[in-house]
Write a new protein. Structure first.
Length: 93
């Protein structure tokens, strides 16, 4: 995945997380403007994040992104209020 595309996904994920869960589908429809691959990728990340919150595996707050040494993209989130632990949410190319 090209860095520009990943930045687009990152931005849309952050913007989606700023909205109420009930408003996110309409936001994604509008923001992705028919780009179904983009919408699926952002939705997959949103679903993984929401599931982790529901399972109380992390505190609510924005996820962060990084690139592993092998070039895979990593989505992770803070596990506790102190910020001392993080949890892998998604790892993909």
């Amino acid at each position: 995945m090209k860095p520009e595309r990943w930045h687009q996904i990152d931005r849309l994920l952050e913007e989606a997380l700023e909205r109420d869960a009930s408003d996110r589908p309409a936001f994604l429809d509008q923001a992705c403007a028919g780009d179904e691959a983009l919408r699926r990728k952002v939705k997959t990340l949103l679903d993984a994040y929401e599931q982790a919150v529901l399972e109380k595996r992390l505190v609510q707050g924005p996820p962060a992104f990084s690139v592993s040494p092998d070039g895979r993209w990593i989505l992770y989130a803070q596990l506790d209020q102190a910020g001392s632990d993080v949890m892998l949410i998604e790892n993909f190319r």
